[in-house]
Every structure is written in C-alpha cells, then in structure tokens.
Design a protein around this ligand. Structure first.
Ligand SMILES: NC(=O)c1ccc[n+]([C@@H]2O[C@H](COP(=O)([O-])OP(=O)(O)OC[C@H]3O[C@@H](n4cnc5c(N)ncnc54)[C@H](OP(=O)(O)O)[C@@H]3O)[C@@H](O)[C@H]2O)c1
Length: 338
C-alpha cells in the first residue's frame, strides 16, 4: 500500500488507518457501540492490517481497553514500522473535570505504560471541551514533544472556532480528526477550507458511518442500538441518545438506497466506494476505519478512483441529509465543538 506524508511532519502513513475503538478486550462499554471483541480477535485484525500494508493505527485513552490490548499485541521489534496515533481525554471518566497540564502529563505516562512503548507518533486532543485552558494545553503538548514522549500533536472534533483558538494559542496541529463520511458532510463549508488554508490534514473517522455505508442495514431498526445514538437517528431511537434531535432517518435510508443503486450499476462495493470518495476529498490524507473481523480489513483496503458522474450522484443522494446537519460538528451531543 502507498504511503502519504502528513504535511508538517515526517510521518508517512497508509491512506487507510486502522481504528481500534473496537479493541475492547471483551468488555462492552456503556454506550454499547461495539460488541465484545476478544484479544485474540483483535490480534487477527491487527495481523491482517499489517499484512495488507496498513502502517497507521488510531487509538485513544477513552476506548475502554484499546491501549492495553494494543500493548499486548504489538510486536516491540516492529514498533518503528508503525505510526501510532492516540488521544487525550475522558480517560479520567465521563464527567470528570477538563485536563490541566498535569493531567495531560499523567495521561501520556499511563498511555505509554499501557501501550508498552516509549513514544506516541501523533497525540491528539480528543474533544475541545477536554481542555481546561487552550494555552496551557498547547504549552504542555509542546513540552511532551520536546521530551520525545510524543512526536507530533493534532486535534480531533475541532470546529472552525475551536481550531482558530488553538492556532491563536500558538498550537501547530498537523491534523484534525473529524467525523466525515457521505452521510455526515458538515465539515465541507467552513472547516475543510480552513484546514486546507492552514495545511492541516483531515483524518476522517467513522468513514462507513459505523457500517451504514456498507449498505448492510436496510432500515433504522436493523442498526445496533449503540449506533443509533447519533443525530442521524431520532432522539427516542434509544435511551443512549444524548442529543435531543429529531434525526433524519427517512433521508438517511433514502440516501443509502440511492448510493447502493449507483454502486451496483458501477460494480463497486459500497464500502470501497464510500472510502474512496473520502480519499478523493481535499485535505484528506488517510481515513480511519474500524473492523470487527480480518475480512473487513481486506475489503476496506480496496480502493478505486470514482468517475466524476458517480461523485456527482453521491453528492445529489446525500445533499438532503447534509442540509439538515449543516455546520454541525458533533454528531453525538450538543455543544462540544464549534
Ligand atoms: N476522534 C473521535 O472522536 C472518534 C470517534 C469515533 C471513531 N473514531 C476512530 O475512528 C475509527 C473508525 O470509526 P468507527 O469505528 O466509529 O466507524 P466505521 O469505521 O465507520 O465503522 C466500523 C464498523 O463498521 C463495520 N464494518 C467495517 N468494515 C465493514 C465492511 N467492509 N463490511 C461490513 N461492515 C463493515 C464493522 O462493524 P460490524 O461488523 O459490527 O457491523 C466495524 O466495526 C474508530 O475505531 C476510532 O479509532 C474516532
């Protein structure tokens, strides 16, 4: 698989990054997003990812046991071949106070211990709201970088205002990891051009909208409960929802049906088309995709160049969803990004 440089760094990454939120060591989280996954299954997914040419891995201290599972399955002799991205935030518990410099220092220490490594290649602020103070955060990230415990830093879920504030505080993030996929295009108007202007790479997460963009769910009730927590679904779809939005289930499943039809005519699997579409967007260097088995990793590494007419049909199919969530930076809850 090819390598792509993340500008502002010497990190050369595969265009497909393996997301490891799913690596929960057999423990299902309170949000019920993913089923239990044994360490053995995670190891099979990991091995398949490396075999297929992926060198970019995303984790977070907030992902239940992901750090310790990775610590168990990463081969220390191959550590230098991996670009390891992690995140600070929520490791202290869901409703804990925002992170001070000391908290960030402690979080790096704990993450390194669990991951059984002495550096993290890309360390990201998980949400803007986890920072006690943006100036303090930027200074601490630079201090961690100077100590060699993190190589570069980036942000996640930062909307245009959050990103401007981070830059004004002297931050030089090389990337912004955001929710971006055919069903959630709210970054396109303001955030994407801003990242482009500032030379900040976009790393889309949930690129398959947690499985919806593979086409395997025919109707809202087919979607597992934990994946109906977001604003694409009505607030009453599950008590796990934290958003109070009316959702857009009709528009979402109409869009999926149209994408499915376009893909069938073009003879391209929907997952391949959805991931390839993202990789054709400006500023997108690598897409972070999760898997529940090794076969999905293989499927998700297929890439095609989509013809212009297919791209246009995808836009037309998903515009009705896009207008409902225009500029909304947070699919899961209100007020964490702006
Ligand atoms: N920064 C943040 O705030 C943030 C938030 C969310 C995620 N992330 C990162 O982004 C990564 C990816 O996002 P995500 O896991 O939320 O969503 P995703 O990558 O869109 O969806 C992954 C899930 O879709 C299903 N799937 C994947 N490939 C498939 C295929 N080829 N065919 C059929 N089903 C397939 C699998 O679930 P089933 O087989 O169980 O259906 C898999 O677990 C995460 O692991 C995490 O590293 C970051």
């Amino acid at each position: 698989m090819q390598r792509v440089n993340l500008p502002g760094s010497d990190l050369n990454v595969s265009p497909i990054c393996l997301g490891t939120w799913q690596f929960n060591g057999g423990q299902v989280g309170g949000d019920k997003t993913w089923g239990a996954m044994s360490v053995e299954e995670s190891k099979k997914i990991w091995d398949k990812a490396l075999e297929t040419g992926i060198n970019f891995i995303d984790t977070a201290e907030a992902y239940l046991n992901s750090h310790s599972v990775l610590g168990q399955i990463m081969d220390p002799s191959k550590r230098r071949d991996i670009v390891l991205a992690s995140k600070v935030g929520n490791g202290k518990g869901a409703n804990s106070a925002p992170y001070t410099a000391e908290d960030i220092d402690q979080a790096v220490t704990t993450s390194l211990e669990k991951l059984k490594t002495d550096y993290i290649d890309l360390y990201q602020v998980h949400w803007p709201t986890i920072m006690a103070d943006v100036n303090e955060t930027v200074a601490e990230l630079k201090r961690q970088q100077a100590k060699g415990r993190i190589r570069y830093y980036g942000v996640c879920n930062f909307g245009p205002n959050d990103l401007r504030g981070f830059l004004e505080a002297g931050g030089q993030p090389i990337s912004n990891q955001v929710c971006y996929n055919l069903l959630w295009r709210s970054i396109e108007e303001e955030l994407l051009p801003l990242c482009q202007e500032k030379g900040i790479s976009l790393l889309p997460y949930s690129p398959l909208q947690q499985g919806l963009l593979t086409g395997k769910f025919q109707m809202p009730s087919d979607v597992p409960e934990g994946r109906r927590r977001g604003k694409l679904f009505h607030k009453d779809s599950t008590p796990l929802a934290r958003h109070g939005h009316d959702g857009a289930e009709k528009e979402v499943f109409q869009a999926i049906s149209e994408i499915r039809e376009v893909c069938a005519k073009a003879n391209i699997p929907m997952a391949t088309a959805s991931l390839s579409w993202l990789l054709q967007q400006p500023c997108v260097k690598s897409v972070i995709v999760g898997a529940s088995n090794p076969q999905q990793v293989v499927e998700n590494c297929q890439r095609v160049t989509l013809p212009e007419d297919v791209v246009q049909k995808f836009s037309a199919a998903t515009d009705p969803v896009k207008v409902i969530f225009k500029g909304d930076m947070d699919q899961w809850a209100y007020g964490r990004s702006s």
